[in-house]
Design a protein around this ligand. Sequence first.
Ligand SMILES: [Zn+2]
Length: 170
Amino acid sequence: MTTLQTIQEPNYPLRDRSLSVKPKNDNFLYLKDLCDTMRDTMRFLDGIGIAAPQIGESKRIFLIETSLFPDIAIPSDIFINPKILKRSFKQTSGEEGCLSVKGMYGTVKRAKTVTLEAYDINGEKFKLKASDLLARVFQHETDHLEGILYIDKALPSSLHIYIKSEEYDK
Ligand SMILES: [Zn+2]
């Protein structure tokens, strides 16, 4: 796979509930290739995270750019079958964008802290507690696997278009 572009809303399979992966039984090389393509695409487009449906695969996988969180020990940049086990009652508002809704940004209220469980590429389960931006990314990406986009949750009056000059070339 060499996809370096993302599926744009409204297109399949962004609005579908993605299918579970069997981390130890599904084809390892296929999963690895899929994750490599997701990582390349996320980096090419300067994303913080990317979910499999964004490159056309309706699978419960997302990746994050761990280098943006140098102070946090994140065991894997690949999250397979991720599940949010706990969300804090306390919420924070923050601006979000999405590789599948190009050029648009908006303010979304999310839980300040979440506990996430997922499998890595080797099928090992891990758990991680995250706050603020990382917690926001986890919630944004797990929403993708339910067919939910941040624009569904953003304060409607906060949604705005912002296109950087270099994006005109893409
Ligand atoms: Zn997104």
